[in-house]
Design a protein around this ligand. Structure first.
Ligand code: SF4
Length: 529
């Protein structure tokens, strides 16, 4: 990776050459024109401007092309008033990465003059920022599009857009073009910075604009972001090169590209100056951070060490891949300070054979060794994980390996899933031969074990004083405040609303399975829990 001239304003580079040969071969589509800038077709009376389209084969490739870091002005002056007096709504599906992309999309729209609303009737732009990780997430998006069709009929000037991971999928784009021709914009995860131009194009041409890059683009710095609250996400890298066999992310998010450390550090410093209390460094596999630098040697451990020097109370990170989690990082996390005691360490299965089929590139033993090392180095660490049950071919014994691993580690919580095949991934062509009732029974047992462990861990906190970042009122009782400990445990306590956004010490008085109750204490020294 190289750094580009900071004054460069060329934010369009990175687009690969186009190959329209297969995917837009609709029997009822008429090609209106085609040139180096794209292709215009008509399907069922709707004109479509295809600037670039998704291509699964290209998404899989990992080239050696240099990734540039570009520091330009993303919203040109002439587009800064295009949205004045107009409103937007963004519906976000999926993970923190998508939530964070939504912050960027909001930032771009606000720089164009648009303002947010929750009322669909006054919205001039509605975007669906989508998730491709599971089939049912896709169903929800298509369901939502069905509802929005009626709105579009009542208000034809409304701009409707689909973006995010689903937009990176050929079959999704084809389905939208064929069956949801009322959509106005489709763009992917690699070219969010092009949104101002796409909005302009869709507004003035009245065509459906498709701009989905199959190959990841460059790293664009200085993207505006609309952040709210006291917690902020900061991307440190994009993409994933791990290709776990069940996962679509390496296809939809491209190859691993790390942001330059000085840009990450400057962003976190700025957030500290603005008064944010917590940042979460984000990446699909943060432990691979820096491996793509060709001019410096700088790892995720180095970055976390530099985070300690910034005056912000809490720094978290997500998500980790056990394969790249090294001793240097453990040593840095053990220094504490603003590096909190929480590690999310996805295991996915406790069986080495299943891990092999998942292509996770570590064994059960290696994972256990790593988890124990982390626990030994970081007292009171909160360990959480992701687990899939019923992967193709998972036997009863292999599932028992997951159960024994869960009980040995004693996770504080876990995201648990029943395996379902994801089209386009290698696992999708494996025989999905574990019956659904067996999958469900395994999931139930697993969830029970996680609950028991969570409760046991919470019981150890009884009577302790913990530092809590107060996030707001509890969902069920406005007299009660809710916040998180450093180890990410949810705490409820009675207190004044003025405390929202501050760090307070709370003495734990009662423990539940998924949260703990306490009483605020003044002038006390908190332990790190
Ligand atoms: S590490 Fe595996 S599960 Fe995580 S994003 Fe990459 S391929 Fe998907």
């Amino acid at each position: 990776m190289t750094k580009d001239n900071p004054n460069s304003t060329d934010l369009k580079s990175g687009k690969g050459s186009k190959d329209y040969s297969k995917y837009f071969d609709f029997s009822d589509a008429k090609v209106l024109s085609e040139d180096e800038f794209g292709k215009r077709i008509r399907i069922k009376g709707r004109e479509i401007n295809i600037m670039s389209e998704p291509n699964h084969r290209q998404e899989k490739q990992r080239g050696k092309e240099d990734v540039q870091v570009l520091y330009g002005n993303v919203v040109p002056d002439e587009l800064r008033t295009i949205g004045e007096g107009k409103h937007y709504i963004i519906y976000t599906f999926g993970c923190q990465m998508n939530e964070h992309d939504t912050e960027t999309i909001k930032g771009l729209l606000e720089q164009m003059g648009y303002r947010s609303t929750e009322d669909r009737k006054v919205a001039d732009i509605i975007l669906l920022n989508t998730c491709a990780i599971r089939e049912n997430a896709e169903d929800r998006v298509f369901g939502e599009l069905g509802h929005l069709m009626h709105l579009k009929t009542e208000k034809p000037d409304l701009l409707l857009g689909v973006c995010g991971c689903m937009a990176q999928e050929e079959n999704v784009v084809n389905r939208i073009l064929q069956k949801h021709g009322f959509v106005d914009m489709i763009f992917g995860t690699h070219n969010i910075h092009r949104l101002p131009f796409l909005v302009k194009e869709a507004l003035f041409s009245k065509e459906l604009v498709v701009d989905v890059w199959s190959k990841e683009g460059d790293i664009i710095e200085n993207l505006p972001k609309k952040r709210e609250g006291m917690k902020a996400w900061v991307n440190i890298m994009y993409g994933c090169d791990k290709f776990c066999t069940y996962c679509i992310v390496p296809f939809t998010r491209g190859k691993e590209r790390s942001r330059r450390p000085e840009d990450v550090i400057a962003e976190v410093r700025d957030l500290a100056r603005q008064g944010f209390k917590e940042v979460t460094l984000l990446g699909q596999n943060v432990n691979a951070y820096g491996k793509d630098f060709t001019d410096i040697t700088y790892s995720f451990g180095d970055l976390m060490d530099d985070m300690r020097l910034i005056d912000i109370p809490r720094v978290r990170f997500t998500t980790s891949h056990p394969r790249d989690f090294d001793d240097q990082l453990i040593g840095v996390l053990a220094k504490g300070g603003n590096l909190v005691e929480h590690v999310h360490l996805p295991v996915q299965s406790g069986s080495t054979e299943v891990l092999k089929k998942m292509s996770r590139k570590y064994s059960r033993d290696r994972y256990l060794e790593l988890a124990h090392k982390i626990k030994a180095a970081i007292p009171n660490v909160g360990l959480t994980t992701d687990i899939i049950v019923g992967f193709p071919g998972e036997t009863d014994e292999q599932f028992e390996d997951t159960m024994t691993l869960v009980n040995e580690i004693g996770y504080d919580s876990a995201f648990t899933f029943i395996y379902s095949p994801r089209g386009g991934t290698p696992a999708a062509i494996m025989e999905d031969n574990v019956p659904m009732e067996v999958k469900k029974e395994r999931l139930q047992r697993l969830n029970k074990a996680i609950e028991d462990n969570s409760r046991k861990n919470n019981e150890k906190m009884q009577g302790k004083i913990v530092e809590v970042l107060v996030e707001g009122e509890s969902k069920n009782n406005e007299m009660v405040l809710a916040g998180r400990t450093r180890s990410n445990k949810l705490v409820h306590f009675v207190g004044s609303k003025d405390l929202v956004g501050s760090l307070v010490n709370v003495e734990i008085s009662e423990v539940k399975t998924w949260y703990i109750k306490g009483e605020i204490v003044a002038e006390s020294v908190a332990v790190n829990s």
